[in-house]
Structures are given as structure tokens and as C-alpha cells.
Design a protein around this ligand. Structure first.
Ligand code: PMP
Ligand code: GLN
Length: 390
């Protein structure tokens, strides 16, 4: 009889909801991925490198030209120099980077602080490595971090704090105050920080991304994780990277090499060349802010109360007062009966608490967002009627 190392791990909600969306032919605003074409120039570059013979294994940490470009990019944006030889490592997506980082740092009995709602891959990997996730709930509905609470959770077993700004699923970003609180929490400890910054270029309302790289006293104990899937709207390419001080990188690479050894060669060359076009990633915030506003305006007109996301391409919407269902039941009914799929926010809480909120991905063509809004309007009107509120 085969028994998974952690039999409690369930199929990821992203797989579940996308499958349901396909089954019922619903508009899929659940799993986060864009539905529009990616840059043709970038595709041509991948083609070029494939046709000119870049089809064998890349070096274990990734091709050096790409690591050099990333080093320059980070230095320009966040004013910290990461050595391309020893401090930058290319991975098969951010997911693999997260897995390799957590597997390196977390040992039996170690505690890891995770802010909830949280991206779904952190806690299972902590547990697989014998660690104990310690969940700190973000306030609702503003998703502010309660640093008093964090302080109370810290003890001699705390090995790692995982942060994610802009945050999936809440769309919340870390403010200057959050950064100074984080500094206070880790000062004088040996706690590592894993900073998931995959949405670094999707941040709204003229806010700046507070990369951990900007703060020397944090960066020296931190591993930062990024994804080209987000930067180039190509989630299916599964290419990412992590950066960390040399001593930490050295250890993580020991795990990375036996997880994938190295990542897709022609895509690394293509991305390396394409990184010269800064505007390709600097335009993302404006592009997605327009989508957020377009989607939110329609939802507001229907009657939903919205707290706009500060970053990412996700918007949380409350269904409180419209139904007695759990958010999972509602997500399924919306998919099956109304033709629009979303992620129940309970999936991002370890106790699956019913928050009566859903997460919608607005990285979609405007006409698709409009069709989805029409379906949500239909749902809203029927729900209100049923409650005799109209
Ligand atoms: N972290 C966060 C917060 C994410 O939303 C995602 C999903 N895209 C990932 C990591 C994983 O990224 P990738 O697709 O590059 O594995
Ligand atoms: N990051 C994407 C999301 O939050 C999905 C990633 C995945 O499917 N594992 O929807």
C-alpha cells in the first residue's frame, strides 16, 4: 500500500477549480494566468535559440548571461548587487525555487511563520520537511499585518518567516511600516526570511515595490524568489529564480541540483536577451491597474463592495449577506450554474475557515471580464431576489 509522506495534502485548489471550469465551460477567473497572447518577439527569440542549437543542458545555476542581466536589473531597481556567479540561481518556476529554499532551511521541529491567507504551496513543503507552520492571520478586510501577534509567535524554534508582497491572494503590499516592524522582529535572531516577490512588477496606485533587497539588514538573511511566468505573462514556461547571499545560495543549490539540475535552456537565452527591453516589465503595473479598475467598476455597479487590490492580478470579493453557502459551495455553484469560476478564499487558510469571499483573477481580456461581470450580475440579482431584498 502506498502512503504519501504527508497523506493530508489535497489536490491544489487551482487544479480543482480549473478542472471544474473546463467541465462546465465556465469563464475561468480562478487559477491565476493571463488569457492573452504573449510577446511575439519573445517567442521568436525562443525559436531563434532552439534553431541555432541551444538545446542541451544549461549550467546547474542557470546560464551566466541571464544571471548577469538579473544582477543588473536588481541593482538598478533595488540598489543591491547580487553576484551573478554565486548569488543568483535560475529555477523551473518560482514553485521549484520555493520548494528548494524551504527544503534547505527547514528541518525537523523548526517553526515557520506564514501569513494567512497564504499562497497554497508554502505550508505543505514546510510540513514535508518536518517543520511546523505557524499561521498568523492578516486582519480582515484590510489584510494588515498584526506585528504584535507576530512577535508573540516568535521563539527559539522559529527558523523562517515567509513573506509575499504584493500578496497572493489578498493583493496587499508591504508598507514601509511593515518593513520596519519586520526588521525589529528579526533583529538579534537567526531567523531567515523567504520573500516571494513574484508580483514585483504588478503594483498599483503609484506605490513602489518594497523589495527586501533594498534593506541590507534584511537582505543578508533573506532569499528572494521571482517568476518569469508573471513578468512575461507566460505562466506555462515555468522559469523563475532565487537570489540570496553566497553562503545561503551554496546550500540551496545542493538541493536545487537534485531537484531539476537545471532549467529550460533556450528560454533562458531568450529571456536574457529580452530583459534589455525594460519597458516590457515596467509597463505591467499600468496595464493590470487598468484591468483591475475595469473589473472593479463593473462589480461595484452590480452592488458588490470592493476593497481594491494594491497589487497582483487578483481581486477579493465578499459575498457576505448574499448566501448561506460556504465559499467553496458558492464557488462550485457559480461555476456550474452561472458559468464563472473563482477561488474560494478558505483554500488559503489552514483551517479552511469560511470567509465568504472569493478570489477573482482579472488577467483576462476586457470582453472576457465583461462577460464574467454579466454572469455575476445574474447571480447577484437572483441571490437578492431569493432573500427578498429587491
Ligand atoms: N508564488 C506566488 C505568490 C504565486 O502566485 C505563484 C503562482 N504563480 C508562484 C509563487 C509560483 O510561480 P511559478 O508559476 O513561477 O511557479
Ligand atoms: N499562482 C497561480 C494562482 O495563484 C496558480 C499557480 C498554480 O496553479 N499552482 O492562481
Amino acid at each position: 500500500m502506498i502512503r504519501a509522506k504527508d497523506p493530508n495534502i489535497k489536490t491544489s485548489v487551482f487544479a480543482v477549480m480549473t478542472k471544474a471550469a473546463q467541465k462546465y465551460n465556465a469563464i475561468n477567473l480562478s487559477q491565476g494566468f493571463p488569457d492573452f497572447e504573449i510577446s511575439k518577439d519573445l517567442i521568436s527569440l525562443v525559436n531563434k535559440y532552439m534553431l541555432t542549437g541551444y538545446n542541451q543542458y544549461a549550467p546547474m545555476p542557470g546560464i551566466l548571461p541571464l544571471r548577469e542581466k538579473l544582477s543588473q536589473k536588481i541593482e538598478k531597481l533595488y540598489k543591491r548587487k547580487y553576484n551573478p556567479e554565486t548569488e543568483i540561481t535560475i529555477t523551473s518556476g518560482a514553485t521549484q525555487a520555493l520548494h528548494s529554499v524551504i527544503s534547505t532551511i527547514v528541518n525537523d521541529g523548526d517553526e515557520v511563520i506564514i501569513f494567512e491567507p497564504a499562497y497554497d504551496s508554502y505550508a505543505p513543503v514546510v510540513r514535508l520537511n518536518g517543520g511546523r507552520p505557524v499561521f498568523v492571520r492578516l486582519n480582515y478586510p484590510d489584510f494588515e499585518t498584526d506585528w504584535e501577534k507576530v512577535n508573540k509567535m516568535i521563539n527559539s524554534k522559529t527558523k523562517l518567516i515567509i513573506i509575499n508582497s504584493p500578496q497572493n491572494p489578498s493583493g496587499k503590499i508591504f508598507s514601509d511600516e511593515d518593513i520596519s516592524n519586520l526588521k525589529k522582529v528579526v533583529a538579534g535572531t537567526k531567523i531567515f526570511i523567504l520573500s516571494d516577490e513574484v508580483y514585483e512588477h504588478i503594483i498599483f496606485d503609484n506605490k513602489q515595490h518594497n523589495s527586501i533587497a533594498k534593506y541590507p539588514e534584511l537582505a543578508e538573511r533573506s532569499i528572494l524568489v521571482f517568476s518569469f511566468g508573471k513578468v512575461y505573462n507566460a505562466t506555462g514556461w515555468k522559469l523563475g529564480y532565487f537570489v540570496a547571499p553566497e553562503k545561503i545560495t551554496e546550500e540551496i543549490r545542493k538541493i536545487h541540483q537534485f531537484t531539476v539540475f537545471s532549467s529550460n535552456t533556450p528560454i533562458q537565452y531568450a529571456v536574457s536577451e529580452y530583459l534589455d527591453k525594460e519597458e516590457e516589465y515596467l509597463k505591467l503595473s499600468g496595464f493590470f491597474q487598468d484591468k483591475r479598475d475595469f473589473f472593479n467598476e463593473m462589480l461595484k455597479e452590480i452592488g458588490f463592495e470592493i476593497v481594491p487590490a494594491q497589487g497582483t492580478y487578483f481581486q477579493t470579493v465578499s459575498f457576505s449577506g448574499l448566501t448561506d453557502e460556504t465559499d467553496m459551495q458558492l464557488a462550485m455553484r457559480l461555476t456550474e450554474k452561472f458559468g464563472v469560476a473563482a477561488i474560494p478564499m478558505s483554500s488559503f487558510y489552514h483551517n479552511e475557515e469560511n470567509t465568504k469571499t472569493l478570489r477573482f483573477c482579472f488577467a483576462k481580456k476586457d470582453d472576457v471580464l465583461k462577460q464574467a461581470a454579466d454572469k455575476l450580475d445574474d447571480f447577484y440579482t437572483k441571490a437578492k431576489k431569493q432573500l427578498n431584498l429587491f
